[in-house]
Design a protein around this ligand. Structure first.
Ligand code: G4P
Length: 528
């Protein structure tokens, strides 16, 4: 197959949702369609069960599953689909944000009864900022839920999206009869004794056709006709270009659990979802069909076996082909590395592959050379942008609890920070180390992993910080900036890259400081 054909047949995407909306169930049904798994229940949910937040075994179990489900690749109708897994738990939101830098599009799952939830809002806002094309799947139509129009309104208002339904439910919950597929112009009936896995597709090219009455009953048929007419009046027609630019989001309805409406979603997805997209670097925009390989690390997963300290660095291939045993330039180290056993992912197994294409993810064994955001190229010096650290909201001093193991502790902290588990700051005032995280759960993860993987022990001490933000001034010698540094000296720290960070103890003090020093720029992500 030609190189460009390989690129054009790839779709790399993520499924995002608030926990419990049905992401795992939908993923599983997609894999079933691709023949990648044989039975339901094969994909394990990698969410941390409710109430298990301090159960370390649960965290370890979750980590084990999450490496297996990090990338789920399968083929469907000649298309190579890569699903990148995104953790649903809010404390791991940063992981999800980073994974979103490696997807070319997303599917947003919404629970028909719960509507738009908090985590969905956050994740969608990140996708919107990056103009990532999104398809919305409204799930659990077999249950009583919100009216379809009300839900579409809510999606538009809360998620700031411009939607157009490509399918429409006929009834809901107990009265759920099926779906009218606006995209394919047919009706799918949801019926049968078990109301499970029954899918009958009936072509209805004209909704005024009287056979619709026979099919779903006169009242339901009339309601559907009215509703579809209304959608045509209210929502714009589907426009492929607008969708690909992130300006228009098609909506599908269905029930993942019942495998209903999922094929329609997948069939439309492979037609409209973008092929691997070009990516901006610090020097230029890189196109996927360029001959030379480039790619970047978006995730690092530590090996589960403490005896082998190696890790798996996940690389998204942006351009060219990635080949086994070929030396590639690690641009941050300015050093070439070659990889004898790059892993590709197929559903739940990984295999060593000789060649991978743009859109694909390869897992590289790493002994500590990579950190999140690193770029690999055939030889060109460039760095991919866009994997910022977010301003953490939980802070604690970290202390060494076993003086004999300070080397192990430092190494452990260093590697966990490279993996992106949390961020490390060093206070300017006294050199004390502070760990900042997005969620509170990470502190327990760090303590547990330091002990089990690095034989080091740590304790924490509370620190009253509301938010950390990166600060800079146009001119580092600006008297105002020097004054800011002098007055706020005890609230200043350096991050791992040596960038200056301000610790605000309340939102009020942050606001006051911003007002008082207008020449100082305060940033809420590390990339500016
Ligand atoms: P998540 O990954 O987004 O967190 O959600 P997940 O797929 O685990 O689904 C959350 C719950 O919702 C599961 O039930 C799942 O069976 C159910 N679910 C998913 N899709 C549908 C649907 O279309 N209709 C209905 N009625 N339920 C659906 P659970 O009881 O939490 O777990 P389980 O014991 O069934 O695994």
């Amino acid at each position: 197959m030609k190189f460009t054909d390989e690129i054009n047949r790839r779709r790399t995407f993520g499924i995002i949702s608030h926990p419990d909306a049905g992401k795992t169930t939908l993923t599983e049904k997609l894999l079933l369609f691709g023949g990648a798994i044989q039975e339901a229940g094969a994909v394990k949910s990698n969410k941390i069960k409710k109430g298990a937040t301090s159960d370390f075994m649960e965290i370890e179990r979750q980590r084990g599953i999450s490496v297996a489900t990090s990338v789920l690749a399968f083929e469907y109708k000649g298309i190579k689909i890569n699903i990148l897994d995104t953790p649903g738990h809010k404390d791991f939101a940063e992981d999800t944000f980073r994974t979103l830098t490696a997807v070319d599009s997303v599917i947003v799952v919404i629970d028909v009864a719960k509507g738009v939830e908090e985590q969905t809002e956050k994740l969608v806002s990140v996708c919107r900022m990056r103009n990532i094309p999104m398809i919305v799947f409204v799930n659990k139509l077999d249950r009583e839920g919100k009216d379809a129009f009300e839900l579409l309104d809510e999606i538009e208002q809360k998620l700031h999206l411009s939607v157009t339904p490509l399918s429409f439910p006929i009834g809901m919950g107990y009265d759920f009869k099926g779906i009218y597929n606006i995209w394919e112009k047919n009706v799918n009936l949801f019926s049968g004794d078990s109301r499970k896995n029954i899918e009958e597709t009936i072509e209805i090219s004209d909704l005024n056709d009287s056979s619709l009455n026979t099919l779903i009953g006169e009242t339901a048929a009339d309601t559907l006709r009215e509703e579809i007419e209304l959608t045509q009046g209210v929502y714009p027609e589907f426009d492929h270009e607008a969708y690909q630019k992130g300006d228009l989001q098609p909506v599908f309805f269905g029930s993942a659990l019942n495998n209903f409406g999922v094929r329609e979603l997948l069939d439309c997805f492979i037609k409209i979802a973008p092929t691997p997209r070009a990516k901006e670097s610090d020097t230029r925009l890189v196109q996927p069909d360029e001959k030379d390989f480039t790619g970047f690390v978006f995730k690092i997963h530590a090996n589960m076996d403490p005896k082998h300290r190696d890790r798996l660095a996940f690389i998204k291939i942006v351009s060219g082909t990635f080949e086994r045993n070929v030396p590639y330039l690690h641009t941050r180290h300015n050093k070439k590395f070659k990889f004898s056993s790059p892993n590709a992912f197929f559903a739940e197994k990984k295999e060593i592959v000789d060649i991978s294409y743009p859109g694909d993810i390869v897992g590289l064994h790493d002994t500590g050379n990579f950190k999140i955001g690193d770029t690999l190229t055939k030889g060109e010096v460039l760095n991919y942008k866009g994997i910022p650290s977010f301003s953490p909201e939980h802070f604690r001093y970290i202390n060494n609890a076993d003086p004999m193991k300070s080397k192990q502790l430092n190494k452990g902290i260093d590697q966990l920070m490279d993996e992106g588990v949390a961020q490390l700051f060093t206070l300017e005032l006294n050199g004390r180390k502070v760990i900042g995280t997005v969620g509170a759960l990470q502190f327990e993860v760090i303590q547990y992993r330091l002990e089990h993987e690095y034989t080091a022990k740590c304790t924490y001490e509370n620190l009253n910080v509301h938010k950390a933000c990166w600060v800079e001034a146009k001119d580092p010698k600006d008297p105002e900036f020097l004054e800011f540094k002098r007055v706020k000296g005890k609230f200043l720290a350096k991050d791992k890259q040596g960038q200056l960070v301000f610790f605000a103890d309340s939102s009020f003090s942050l606001q006051m400081t911003q007002q008082k020093y207008p020449n100082v720029k305060f940033h809420f992500t590390s990339e500016f």
